[in-house]
Design a binder for this molecule. Structure first.
Ligand SMILES: [Zn+2]
Ligand SMILES: [Zn+2]
Length: 245
């Protein structure tokens, strides 16, 4: 029985070998003559938009939600009605002029004064602001390091992540252990609120040691119940997320 099966295997290999050698050599498409005319246009087909839900948030933003459960990911895009497409009729170029003026300063401060103010502010707040764009941190992240976890912060504007001390309030610099509290909920094992009793500020922290697949800026959005708890207990978020929470 064993011998027959082995023979069957050899027969199959031989058949594959024959079929490979019997193939004619491939023609390279690059050897075909270069087309001299563009292809004929095809007929327009109606665009099928996926079903979506439209929600008006309390802060005035319109949220369009399209659900597609093929991948465990979340994508957020923020659009503004701005730019030259929205220039009023007869005043074309207004958007470009306004954008140009923004880089030159405001009626009360010129560009150099704004740059100087940022320079002065940065050392005061130290490393609790984004080293790339000076944005405020959106969330904390805990990653495994040795036998414990190291903390970093994620920028609310450019999503850069930078290392930050584990037991310090990024809003006021408080580092007394008994003034820093954290709150967790059983349904979000990898999320926690980290709050400061001194300045009453909080931020959500995503614990990657509990869930290595979590994406900080996405999972932070899921921490809404934690944020509600923090607000009910008198804390203010250091920096609100895209949903204004
Ligand atoms: Zn940044
Ligand atoms: Zn604080």
């Amino acid at each position: 029985m064993k011998a027959v099966r082995r023979f069957g295997g050899w027969a199959a290999w031989t058949a594959i070998g024959l079929s490979l050698t019997a193939q004619p050599p491939n023609r390279l498409t690059a050897q075909e003559p270069f087309p001299t005319r563009p292809p004929a246009p095809i007929r327009l087909r109606p665009v099928q938009f996926p079903p979506f839900r439209e929600v008006a948030l309390p802060n005035g933003m319109t949220l369009l939600l399209v659900e597609n459960h093929e991948q465990p990911t979340l994508s957020v895009s923020l659009s503004f009605r701005a730019g030259s497409a929205y220039d009023p009729a007869g005043k074309e170029g207004v958007a470009a002029i306004v954008a140009e003026l923004l880089t030159k300063g405001t009626p009360t401060q010129n560009a150099e004064q704004i740059a100087a103010a940022i320079e002065v502010a940065l050392p005061r707040f130290g490393d609790s602001f984004c080293p790339i764009c000076a944005g405020k941190p959106l969330a904390g992240v805990l990653r495994e390091e040795g036998h414990g976890a190291k903390r970093s912060l994620v920028c609310s504007l450019c999503l850069t992540e930078w290392n930050y001390r584990r037991l310090v309030c990024p809003a006021c610099g408080e580092d007394r252990f008994d003034r820093l509290v954290s709150y967790t909920a059983s349904q979000f094992e990898h999320l926690r609120v980290e709050a400061c009793e001194t300045c009453k500020t909080y931020m959500n922290t995503v614990d990657l040691t509990k869930n290595g697949l979590a994406i900080p800026e996405v999972d932070e959005l899921a921490g809404l119940p934690l944020s509600l708890w923090a607000r009910e207990n008198g804390y203010t978020k250091l920096q609100s997320n895209l949903l204004g929470i």
